[in-house]
Design a protein around this ligand. Sequence first.
Ligand code: PMP
Length: 390
Amino acid sequence: PVPHPPPGEPDHVRLEDRSKSVAGTSKRSAQSVTTVYDIKEGIEGAIGNTPLIKIKSLSDATGCEILAKAEFLNGAGNSPKDRVALSMITMAEEEGLLTPHSGDKVYEGTVGSTGISLAAICRARGYLAHICMPNDQATEKSDLLLKLGAVVERVKPASIVDKGQFVNMARTRAAEHTADPNIPGRGFFADQFENTANYIAHFNGTGPEIYAQCGGQLDAFVAGAGTGGTISGCALYLKPRVPGLRVVLADPQGSGLYNKIKHGVMFSSTEREGTRRRHQVDTIVEGIGVNRVTANFEAGRECIDDAVRVSDGQAMRMARWLVEKDGIFIGSSSAVNCVAAARVAKDLGPGHRVVTILCDSGTRHLSKFWAKTGNIGGDDSATLADILEF
Ligand code: PMP
């Protein structure tokens, strides 16, 4: 245990003293100071290097080791989108498309997480942010965006071919900004779906971190896809380095990606979702599941071996299970990932290691997913078999 400092003694003295005993060297030594102090350079410095958490209940129930990358602990916007937002802004700066404190404004179409990460990093870097999002998403996300000083434009859910759709709206707003001589600076459309700075962030960050944290030993990687950046970036990094690795897409009900992986086609007339309008991925789950192949999904598609479809009911039961048994409070897409990870673990059989992603916290989903999922207590007797049954 760390000895308690005498009252009134400032923290840094205690840390320096510890550095002496740990490193056995003078407190003036630069090396001993850097090994003890761990100071991040602004919020950008608090992005990445997230913990890999063993989910004990699911590991016990499957006989596998189920590990989850706690991406909700990224320190700017608290989701994997921190990595993506930082990557898109940094690359745009390198290409001369954005200049800090010049009035330049970042425009993005997002269901929330990417907008929150962009809004925070924009503040830190001296940009304005304008976020277009569908008006059916949990209000926590738009409220938070307003608190971060972003302009928020909530639009009607619409098909990608509709110019009022949230991504198209963001593109249009960026172009309008750039074309208007009365508005200072330029408009930059971040374009997370098609901008490959997205999957590159995971190829350079999330993937190598998982590899290092597992010592290169893992049997399966399981993740959902919204833009596809996470699964593609991680898969492209891990697949050539981990012999025999299975990469599995976790897809919520109503999404077309499951069929794309399983059957090579986005829709099948015999499938329920074939009858839906294209823009409606009919699920309570936010952030994953789409009905088109984006550039970021396409980048890693060849690496994806299989897909697991997860119903809303399964996701809700898993979310409750994780609170009840592990004290882990997560959002809907993370719950889908955990259902699919447990399914893959069951299929592989005991003794394997399965890695998945915890994207965001349940606090972002209180008004929608968790309102429906309910409070823990009462009848929480679901077994893993109940959850995995479709
Ligand atoms: N979970 C949440 C909550 C998200 O917002 C997103 C991104 N839309 C994802 C998961 C999926 O990540 P990706 O876009 O990298 O496929």
